[in-house]
Design a protein around this ligand. Structure first.
Ligand SMILES: Cc1cc2nc3c(=O)[nH]c(=O)nc-3n(C[C@H](O)[C@H](O)[C@H](O)COP(=O)(O)OP(=O)(O)OC[C@H]3O[C@@H](n4cnc5c(N)ncnc54)[C@H](O)[C@@H]3O)c2cc1C
Length: 506
C-alpha cells in the first residue's frame, strides 16, 4: 500500500470516502469489491481515533433482546458472525458473564429464557472452518465466586451467573487497517494524513472534496479530489460543513459525548465480567465490563458529556477521576490505584441532546444510520452516523447501496463473506524489521503509527526509549528524515507518551 498523493488528484473517483476509522474502512472495502473506483483519505493515521479506543467487543444480540428489539438483536448476531467469518485471525471468542439476582431484572429464570432466545437468534453462528460459539449457560453461585477470586464477588448479591459468548478483537487497530489494506490491494487509492477541509460542489451536486496533505514535508497547497459521490465517515468533526441545520446538517438533535475505558495492568478473570455499579440512592445502576486483554484488563465504559477544556485528551481529569471512583465503589476488590492504570481509552460517540434529564446524563444514539444530504442541496453526499464498531460493516453496506442507487451501477455487497485475512505482518520479525515492513507496505508515516497501530509494541504500555530510538533510526533511513525531522518525531512521540501519563490523575 503506497501513499500516492498525485493519484488522488489526477482522476475522478466513483466514491471518495472521508475518514479511515472502521466506518470509512468498511465503506472503502465494500465499494472496491463492488467494482467502484474508490479513494479514501484520513486526516491522521488509519484507525487512530474512536476506532482504536473501543472495549474491543464484537457484540451479539443479547443486549438488544433485553430491549425487546428482535430485529436489531438478529442483525447484531449476524454481524458478529460476519466478523468471525471474514477475520477469524483477529477475533477470538469471549465468554461474558453477568450475575443473576433474586430481583426480577436478572432473575435466573429470566436469564435462562434470555440465553435460550439469544441462542435462537444466533442460529448459524457456528462455522466449522472458523469458529464455534457454545450455547449460553447458567453458573451456580460457587462457580460464579470462583471466576475472579481477587475481586471478592461475594460482595455482589448474586445467585450465580449467566454466560454467553461474544467476540473480542485481538487487535482492533490491525482489524481496521486490514479493511484498508484489502481495499488498496483491490485498487482503492488511499492516503493517511490527508485532511478534508471543504466540499467541492456544482450547483446542488457534490463533485468532490478539497484536501490538504498534513505531513511536515507535504505540499501546503490544498487540492481537489474529484468524486461522483462522497461518503462522510469522519465522525462528528465535519458536521459544521454539512448543509441544513443542526448536527449532521439534518436537524438531528445530536451532540458529541465522550466514552472512556481504563486499560489496567492487572488481569482479574479469563472471562469478561459485567458487574453492576453502586450509584448513590435514587440513581439507576448500570453494568461495568471488565474484559481480559493482553496480560491485563480493560474496564469500561463510562459515558460523559464532551466539554471543551485545556488539558490533554477528550475527557477532563475530573471526569476520569469520577470514573475511577465509580469503579472502586462498585468493585472494592479491584482497589485501583493510579499505578495500575496504563492508559485511558477515550473516543467520541453521538448522543441525543438531553433536555429533560439531569445535566450530565448521556443518552447514546443506539442505532447507526445513513444520512442522504440530497434533501438539503448536496446531492451525492452521504454521511455515515456510526455508533458501534460491530455494526460498521452493515452500515457501510447500506452506504454503498446508496452509492449504487445514485450511480445506477455496482455489484451486490460481498463484504459479509469475503475474507480479509492475509493482511497481517509476517511472524517473528525484530522491531527494526517490523518498522521497515510497516513503512514499506503499510504506509506508516510517524513513530506512533508503527508503535501503536502497525505493531503491538506500544498498545498496552509505553515502550522503552531504546526501542523508540531504534524505530526513529529505521524510519529515517526508509523515509529520508533529516536530523531535525528525527528530533521532531521523537518530541512528538514523547509528547504523546506524556499526554497519556498526564491524563491519569495523580
Ligand atoms: C470507550 C469506547 C468503547 C467502545 N466499545 C465498543 C465495543 O466494545 N464494541 C463496539 O462495537 N463498539 C464500541 N465502541 C464504539 C466504536 O468504537 C465506534 O462506534 C467506532 O469506532 C466509530 O468508528 P468511526 O469510523 O465512525 O469513527 P472514528 O474511528 O473516529 O473514525 C473517524 C475518522 O475520520 C477522520 N477524520 C475526521 N475529520 C476528517 C477530515 N476532515 N478529513 C479526513 N479524515 C477525517 C478521523 O481522523 C478518524 O480517524 C466504543 C467506543 C468507545 C469510545
Amino acid at each position: 500500500m503506497q501513499r500516492n498523493i498525485a493519484a488522488l488528484s489526477n482522476q475522478t473517483f466513483d466514491v471518495v470516502v472521508i475518514g479511515g476509522g472502521i466506518a470509512g474502512a468498511c465503506a472503502a472495502w465494500d465499494a472496491t469489491l463492488r467494482g467502484f473506483r474508490v479513494a479514501l483519505v484520513e486526516a491522521g493515521d488509519f484507525g487512530h481515533a474512536t476506532s482504536a479506543n473501543s472495549l474491543k467487543i464484537i457484540h451479539g444480540g443479547l443486549r438488544y433482546l433485553q430491549d425487546g428489539n428482535l430485529r436489531r438483536a438478529r442483525s447484531m448476531a449476524r454481524e458478529r458472525q460476519a466478523f468471525f467469518t471474514i477475520a477469524p485471525h483477529l477475533i477470538a471468542p469471549l465468554p461474558v458473564v453477568v450475575p443473576t439476582t433474586v430481583g426480577l431484572k436478572r432473575h435466573r429464570w429470566l436469564m435462562r429464557a434470555a440465553l435460550a432466545a439469544n441462542d435462537v437468534i444466533s442460529f448459524g453462528r457456528n462455522n466449522p472452518q472458523t469458529v464455534r460459539l457454545p450455547r449460553g449457560r447458567l453458573f451456580s453461585r460457587t462457580e460464579w465466586l470462583a471466576l475472579a477470586p481477587e475481586l471478592d464477588l461475594s460482595r455482589i448479591e448474586a445467585t450465580g451467573g449467566a454466560m454467553w459468548v461474544d467476540g473480542q478483537m485481538v487487535n482492533s487497530e490491525r482489524l481496521t487497517l486490514s479493511f484498508i489494506l484489502a481495499a488498496a490491494a483491490q485498487g482503492a487509492t488511499v492516503a493517511n494524513y490527508v485532511a478534508v477541509t471543504d466540499f467541492e460542489c456544482s450547483g446542488e451536486r457534490v463533485t468532490g472534496v478539497i484536501v490538504r496533505d498534513t505531513l511536515p514535508n507535504g505540499s501546503t497547497q490544498p487540492f481537489v479530489i474529484a468524486g461522483r459521490t462522497v461518503i462522510n465517515a469522519a465522525g462528528y468533526s465535519l458536521h459544521h460543513l454539512l448543509p441544513g441545520t443542526g448536527a449532521y446538517g439534518v436537524g438531528l438533535d445530536i451532540q458529541p459525548s465522550v466514552a472512556l475505558n481504563l486499560v489496567v495492568a492487572r488481569r482479574f478473570a479469563d472471562v469478561a465480567l459485567a458487574l453492576p455499579t453502586q450509584p448513590p440512592s435514587g440513581q439507576p445502576s448500570r453494568l461495568l465490563f471488565i474484559t481480559p486483554w493482553r496480560s491485563g484488563s480493560i474496564i469500561g465504559t463510562a459515558h460523559v458529556p464532551f466539554k471543551a477544556h485545556d488539558g490533554p485528551g477528550l475527557a477532563t481529569t475530573a471526569q476520569i477521576e469520577a470514573f475511577i471512583a465509580e469503579v472502586n465503589t462498585a468493585l472494592p476488590g479491584v482497589a485501583l490505584t493510579n499505578d495500575d492504570i496504563q492508559h485511558v481509552h477515550q473516543g467520541i460517540l453521538p448522543a441525543w441532546k438531553n433536555r429533560d434529564a439531569a445535566a450530565g446524563t448521556i443518552r447514546l444514539v443506539r442505532e447507526g444510520r445513513i444520512i442522504d444530504h440530497a434533501q438539503h442541496g448536496m446531492d451525492g453526499l452521504l454521511t455515515m452516523l456510526s455508533v458501534k464498531y460491530t455494526a460498521a460493516r452493515l452500515l457501510a453496506e447500506q452506504a454503498i447501496d446508496g452509492v449504487s442507487r445514485h450511480l445506477n451501477a455496482g455489484q451486490p455487497c460481498q463484504t459479509r463473506t469475503t475474507s480479509i485475512t492475509g493482511y497481517g505482518m509476517p511472524a517473528a520479525l525484530t522491531s527494526a524489521e517490523m518498522t521497515r515492513y510497516a513503512v514499506r507496505r503499510e504506509m506508516a508515516q510517524t513513530v506512533a503509527d508503527v508503535v501503536l497501530r502497525r505493531t503491538d509494541i506500544g498498545t498496552d504500555g509505553i515502550p522503552a526509549a531504546d526501542t523508540v530510538n531504534e524505530i526513529v533510526t529505521v524510519m529515517a533511513e526508509e523515509l529520508g528524515w533529516d536530523e531535525a525531522r528525527q528530533r521532531a518525531e521523537l518530541v512528538e512521540f514523547n509528547s504523546y507518551c506524556k499526554t497519556t501519563v498526564d491524563q491519569i490523575p495523580e
